[in-house]
Design a protein around this ligand. Structure first.
Ligand code: URA
Length: 195
């Protein structure tokens, strides 16, 4: 295991034991990021739901099924990407995490995850990740776009859960994940054309 993965494992152990906010009092399991760091695609959702809280693994419920399907239709699969959330513990009743919860979790974990993985591209899934990482609240304006911000490259799409009952959004989400694969599968020179 390389140094980066060792440090990521240490960070994820800290996530599992974290008591920095009150979500630690109501969770079953904290949910650290999970997946492959070699292909350098980092996908970021909002926060664990019920199934993730029970299993301690991100995106294993109904939103995860959609994500898996979109990845496989694009020619990728879960083992090709690293998946994490802005907030690592389930907010009670699946409410949106508060600004304070987001601030604590991004400062202590998400920013460090991003640094350690040093992704080629970060796929923002949903408005909570969009706001937390880029400060933008308008998904309609940024969805489908590639964005350079600081030293990172971002691609913005819907949260898979938002597409569950909306076939139009689902179609767009699936097309976005195909575009994400196009962006990263080319050599890095071609990737620059997207940004
Ligand atoms: N929704 C998320 O944002 N993350 C998960 O892990 C599951 C559902």
């Amino acid at each position: 295991m390389n140094r980066q993965d060792q440090n990521l494992n240490i960070l994820n152990e800290q996530v599992v034991e974290c008591i920095l906010c009150d979500l630690s009092k109501t969770r079953t399991h904290a949910v650290p990021g999970h997946g492959n760091t070699t292909d350098k695609i980092l996908m970021i959702g909002e926060a664990p739901g019920k199934n993730e809280d029970l299993k301690g693994v991100p995106f294993v419920g109904s939103a995860g099924k959609i994500l898996d399907l979109a990845l496989s239709e694009s020619g990728l699969n879960r083992n090709d990407v690293y998946i994490t959330n802005v907030v690592k513990c389930r907010p009670p009743g699946n409410r949106v995490p508060t600004d304070k919860e987001i601030e604590i979790c991004t400062n202590n974990y998400l920013k460090k995850e991003i640094k350690l993985i040093s992704p080629k591209v970060i796929c923002i899934m949903g408005v909570t990740a969009l706001k937390s990482l880029l400060g933008y609240g308008n998904m309609g304006k940024y969805r489908g776009r590639t964005i350079n911000h600081g030293s990172n490259k971002y691609f913005v799409t819907y949260h898979p859960a938002a597409t569950i009952y909306n076939s139009k959004l689902k179609e767009i989400f699936f097309a976005d994940i195909k575009k994400l694969h196009q962006i990263i599968k080319k050599d890095s020179n071609t990737m620059e054309n997207y940004f």
